[in-house]
Structure formats: C-alpha cells, structure tokens
Write a protein that binds this ligand. Structure first.
Ligand SMILES: *Cc1c(COP(=O)(O)O)cnc(C)c1O
Length: 375
C-alpha cells in the first residue's frame, strides 16, 4: 500500500530516511571511536530497533519501562538515567542495564552497592551550569534551580570510589559550537575528576543529522576529550536518529468559518503532536505556505473540545474540502511517544514505509486502548 492509500490518522516512519540519519551517525562513530546510543524518549518505534542496532551501540532510558524496551528489542548496551530511582524498580534495573547514572550522591549512597555487586558501571550526572539556550527554559537543564545534575559546588570528590563515568545533558536541538563551550565549562569545573573516569557521556540534544550541522567540530569535541582524559565518549541523541524521518498523515473532516477559514482534521495537536502546544512550534506541512502566502488560508484544528487544539495557520493553492489529506512532516520524534487519548481520541496507526515506498501497518489501536487505562 502507498502512503496515499493508508487510513488516517497515521504516523508513517520512512525507513530510508532513518537509515540516512544512521549513516551520518555511523560516520561519527567510525571517525572518532565514540559510542552512540538511541535516547528512546524521543523515538521508541521498536520495530526499527534491529535496524538502528546495526549502526548504533545501544539504547538509553529514562526509567524502567524504556530500559526494558531497549533490553528486549535492541539488546545491546543499555544505559539509564533517572533523577531518582524507586526502591521497587531498582533490582530489575540493575539486572537489565549495564550503565546506571545517578543524579545525586544520596542516590549513589542508596543504590551504588547494588550496582557494584552486579558488576555494572556507575555514572554521575553533572551540571556544568553553562546555559547555551535562550528562550525555552523548559528544555534547559542549566536553567537556574534545575533539578538535573550535581553542581560543582556540591560535588564530593571523596565519594567517587565506585564511580566510573560522568554524564552531562545540556543541549536541545543545538549545533556543536554550543557543545564546545559546554565541554570547556565541564573541564573547568570537573576536569580534575575526568582523569579518574573511564567514560564521559555528552547527553543528547545534538542536531547532528540536520543539514548544515558542524560535524567537524563535533568530531573535534569527541577526539579532544577522548584523548586528553583517556575516556570512552558516549553520545545519546534521540531527535537526531529520527529527525525529518516521519509524517503524520491526516484527513480534513470539515471546514467552517470564524474570522477566517477553519479546517477540522482527524488528528489533534493536543493528543497526537503535543509538542506543537508545549514547545510550542509550527510543524511543517507538505504543499502549504505561511498564512496568506498562497491563495487560501486556514486555521487547522483538531477534533477535541480544547479551544487551543490548533496546529496553526497554513495556506493552500486550492480550497480545502472534506476528504483532503494533509501530511505533517518531521513527526517521528516526540510524537508517538507522547500521544494520549484525551477526549477519547483514537491513537493514530503506526506505519513503516519501506525502501520501495510501500507502507506496512505495524499497529492499530482501538476503543480498548482508551478504556484500558481507565477504571
Ligand atoms: C532528552 C534527553 C536525550 C535526548 O535528547 P534529544 O534532544 O532528543 O537528542 C538524551 N539524554 C537525556 C538525559 C535526555 O534527557
């Protein structure tokens, strides 16, 4: 089946485009010797984990369930970071993860011995207090008062006996110039500790697969830290792996008018692309322009009863009518991992488009997925 024939709404992930990204990441691996992990929080379409595992070293998780998914479906290196672990989860986490990153010395004291006993590797998340982001604090782990990472002032060099790695994650959709200044901040605050470590994790937020990204400087960052401190370097991008590699295909259900033309779609910003409202941003839409750019401008909205369930204003060459299909782009990341059934909305189908352009339905959801999470 072709993408033009599938039922909607549907997330369609393009295998060719995923592989294009993976090849760029593999080049970084091959040239620097770093290890790259999939941050599952951005993209957890596990039917593609075997393909991703052909290129990358493994997965990283934000909690037990992601860790289990990486363990079951990729089965390579399995890292985890959580701001705090639960006693009841920890035995299972230690059994399936090989690198466990703590957010505080108190968590290290509470769980460290269990990790050592299991022969797994312990890391500490540091906070280099070097903010490189302006304007969206919700994505800035170096924002004042942020709960992530141990600051230099609170870093206890006497408590590192069981610690073999450090981890920082401070970027979001950024280029390697911001990584470089971050690395200098890490060196300034924690450089003496790095000599005693085996590994350093640069976190995610590297926009590596975006056209124009400065790959040469990324490689320099990796090689510099690797050689100076004799470290294994990890990167754990999420977005970069599935950047511009998926679509959300939707159908126009109706058109109305209130101070401008409105189209109601069978997909919802609130349920199926929550980052549009949370970040917020305007997703690219095929064959459309900015408001007023083409002849017919519409406000595109979802079928929920949230007044703000609006994707944005887009213009088209021809008027929209019920049955027209629209294709939102860059919808593989932070989409299906965040979707929800608010208002009893159906979840979109999960579809893979193979290298020949044929679409394969991976999963379809129904009423039971809505009811099953309620009682
Ligand atoms: C979010 C996150 C990532 C992945 O970030 P991307 O922006 O998707 O690359 C990696 N590591 C940690 C600790 C994160 O919180």
């Amino acid at each position: 089946m072709k993408m033009t024939d599938i039922a909607t709404p549907a997330y369609v992930v393009d295998e060719t485009l995923i592989e294009r990204n993976l090849r760029i990441l593999k080049e970084v691996i091959d040239e620097t010797g770093c290890h790259i992990l999939l941050a599952q929080k951005a993209f957890s379409m596990y039917s593609l984990y075997p393909l991703i595992g052909e290129y990358l070293h493994g997965t990283t998780a934000s909690g037990l369930y992601e860790a289990k998914l990486g363990y079951e479906e990729m089965g390579k290196e399995n890292h985890i970071f959580s701001p705090a672990y639960k006693d009841s989860d920890f035995a299972e986490i230690v059994s399936i993860c090989d690198h466990i990153v703590f957010n505080s010395f108190s968590q290290l004291a509470r769980f460290g011995e269990q990790v050592v006993a299991a022969g797994k590797s312990i890391g500490l998340r540091i906070n280099p207090e070097h903010s490189t982001q302006v304007g969206h604090e919700i994505y800035d782990p170096c924002a004042k008062g942020c709960r992530f990472g141990i600051t230099a002032q609170h870093f206890d060099r006497e408590a590192l006996a069981n610690v073999s790695g450090l981890h920082f994650h401070t970027l979001c959709e950024q280029d390697s110039d911001d990584l470089w200044t971050t690395i200098l901040a890490v060196e300034e605050r924690f450089g003496d500790v790095l000599y005693d470590m085996e590994w350093l994790n640069f976190g995610g937020g590297h926009h590596i697969t975006k056209p124009g990204y400065n790959l040469a400087l990324l490689k320099k960052c990796i090689t510099y830290m690797k050689q100076k401190y004799n470290l294994r370097i990890y990167l754990e991008p999420g977005e970069a792996i599935a950047y511009e590699a998926g679509y959300l295909v939707t159908t126009v259900l109706d058109t109305t008018y209130n101070d401008g033309d409105i189209a109601i779609l069978d997909t919802s910003a609130s349920c199926h692309m929550p980052d549009v409202l949370e970040m917020p941003y305007r997703p690219p839409l095929q064959n459309s322009g900015e408001a007023g750019e083409k002849a017919h401008t519409y406000r595109l909205g979802g079928p929920t009863c949230l007044a703000g369930d609006v994707i944005g204003n887009y213009s088209f060459d021809a008027p929209l009518k019920p049955g027209d299909r629209l294709v939102f782009e860059d919808m593989a990341i932070y989409s299906m991992v965040k979707n929800n059934t608010f208002n009893g909305m159906a979840l979109p189908d999960l579809v893979i488009q193979d290298r020949d352009g044929n679409c394969h339905l991976q999963k379809r959801f129904g009423y039971e997925d809505f009811k099953g999470r309620l009682s």
